[in-house]
Design a binder for this molecule. Structure first.
Ligand code: SF4
Length: 484
């Protein structure tokens, strides 16, 4: 699709641009077939639906007619407005709410509403609200100085009144001018330095390919936006250049920006070497701890959570009651899911978990990352476990993620479970499954389980996904032992 100024800028484009300039450009000029489906957009829409249903009122209607009729809530307004410099601004207002004031419709006016995900109010939220406010004020011929932001907090929906400050309005106007300049570019703006943003982006696959081909510094684990900038100031622009530099020279150079950057010089050079040669490199010559190698067996543990309401809805286990040196027949391994449907049934959950982990307390508990011990120890503490019990439980945890990072430099772009497991040759059964999709499956299942069986298969998909996470952790542990 060719973009010209009259095509317009809408709130979707504005939000894309705030996240990443390249994303906005690709939304307009990119090849649509290269986009991938991610669960995030559906999660976002579902979240919006939940938040908005909280504002349900008897007096509601659709579009401009609802405003003319003075309904308390009006749904589905589309507004288009000419902007200086031959631009057009557009917005879809899924919902607006009646408030005091005076408008073309009578002795009342309307407020824009926005449902946000995430814990904090960000620039993206403020500017989107400001854009909606700007177009709504043009439509109703009445100023909009505030809006409502809805968000989930534990089980409840909270409403926050947000003033649309003058500096936010100024930021919006400047952003619109910069967006249109970006959209006029022949080539896409650079890949964002903060690659964490890419995890939920539909253009991820396409940008990953470009970043790998061009040897972007952001492809190296340990290099974020800031460090990339410092490296570029030192004249290091890609992975190849990084891999060739002497580590003492790099340390000296990076120390100028803070010793924490200098201290990591050896690690990032090794990492870039490993990625270029595609070979793993051992960084700690010591043998892996005996506790791990000689353990009589393991419980492999992985949690699935709903972060919006801090709810660990699934505790998945694999019991592996023998030495990890043995051959592992994946298809024969039994998986034990422990579902925690209601967030507020911690006492019952703790009893079930205790039964599971204390069945054989000689077994070490393998996990990948810090979520599992934090969550389990917190639960145990809340349920009255004493210091001795907590200490004993703590000593059973072995974090495979920490061990991998301590002993190995692998040719991977990051040390997530997925990246490391794929490097050692492990494959998830369900293509494209990830944490976001598991969350979507869960929310759909939970929402519909009492009324319809539409999403009844989702539970099996979640179990399958969680089982694979446990198996991946086990197989990485085995890889560590085999390569010790
Ligand atoms: S994948 Fe990353 S760099 Fe590419 S458009 Fe999305 S956020 Fe930007």
């Amino acid at each position: 699709m060719n973009w010209n100024k009259s095509t317009g800028i809408n709130d979707h484009l504005l939000r894309s641009w705030i996240r990443c300039r390249r994303k906005a450009w690709l939304e307009i000029h990119g090849e649509k077939q290269k986009k991938i489906w991610t669960a995030h957009y559906t999660l976002q829409l579902n979240h919006q639906k939940d938040c908005f249903s909280f504002l349900y009122q008897k007096s509601h209607g659709i579009g401009i007619q609802a405003c003319k009729d003075g309904k308390n809530i009006a749904y589905g307004l589309r507004i288009k407005y000419p902007f200086p410099l031959n631009q057009t601004l557009k917005t879809n207002l899924p919902l607006i709410k009646k408030t005091t004031g005076e408008s073309i419709w009578g002795e009342f006016s309307y407020l824009p509403i926005f449902a946000r995900q995430g814990k904090k109010l960000t620039r993206e939220h403020r500017l989107t609200l400001a854009l909606r406010g700007k177009l709504l004020s043009e439509l109703q011929k009445s100023p909009v100085s505030k809006g409502l932001i809805l968000y989930k907090n534990n089980k409840s929906i909270n409403i926050q009144k947000v003033r649309i400050q003058e500096e936010v309005k100024k930021d919006l106007m400047e952003s619109i001018i910069r967006i249109s300049k970006d959209l006029e570019l022949k080539n896409p703006p650079p890949i964002t330095s903060n690659r964490k943003k890419c995890t939920i982006c539909a253009w991820k696959k396409e940008c990953d390919k470009v970043a790998i081909d061009e040897g972007h510094l952001s492809e190296v684990s340990g290099i974020g936006a800031k460090r990339k900038l410092f490296l570029m100031k030192l004249g290091i622009n890609n992975i190849k250049e990084l891999s060739k530099i002497d580590h003492n020279d790099l340390r000296q150079g990076l120390n100028r920006f803070g010793v924490q950057h200098g201290d990591i010089s050896k690690q990032i050079i090794l990492q870039s070497n490993s990625q270029i040669s595609k070979e793993p490199q051992r960084i700690n010559p010591q043998k892996i701890i005996n506790q791990f190698k000689d353990a009589p067996g393991f419980l492999i543990y992985d949690i699935e959570s709903d972060p919006d309401i801090n709810h660990d809805f699934l505790h998945g286990f694999i019991r592996f009651p023998k030495s990890i040196d043995n051959q592992i027949k994946i298809e024969k391994i039994k998986y034990q899911p422990l579902l925690n449907i209601q967030k507020d049934s911690e006492n019952f959950l703790w009893k079930r978990l205790q039964k599971k982990i204390n069945r054989d307390n000689r077994l070490a508990i393998l996990h990948y990352g810090e979520t599992e011990p934090i969550s389990l120890l917190k639960l145990a503490k809340n349920q009255g476990a004493n210091l001795k019990e907590l200490e004993a439980l703590k000593n059973r945890f072995i974090d495979i993620h920490l061990l991998i990072k301590e002993y190995w430099c692998l040719p991977v772009r990051n040390y997530s479970l997925k990246s490391v497991a794929e490097f050692i040759g492990f494959k998830w059964n369900q293509e494209g499954a990830d944490g976001a999709r598991a969350l979507l499956w869960w929310r759909q299942w939970k929402e519909s389980r009492k009324q319809t069986k539409l999403f009844s298969k989702n539970l099996n998909s979640i179990f399958q996904y969680n089982r694979d996470d446990c198996l991946a952790t086990l197989m990485i542990a085995k890889w560590l032992i085999n390569h010790d």
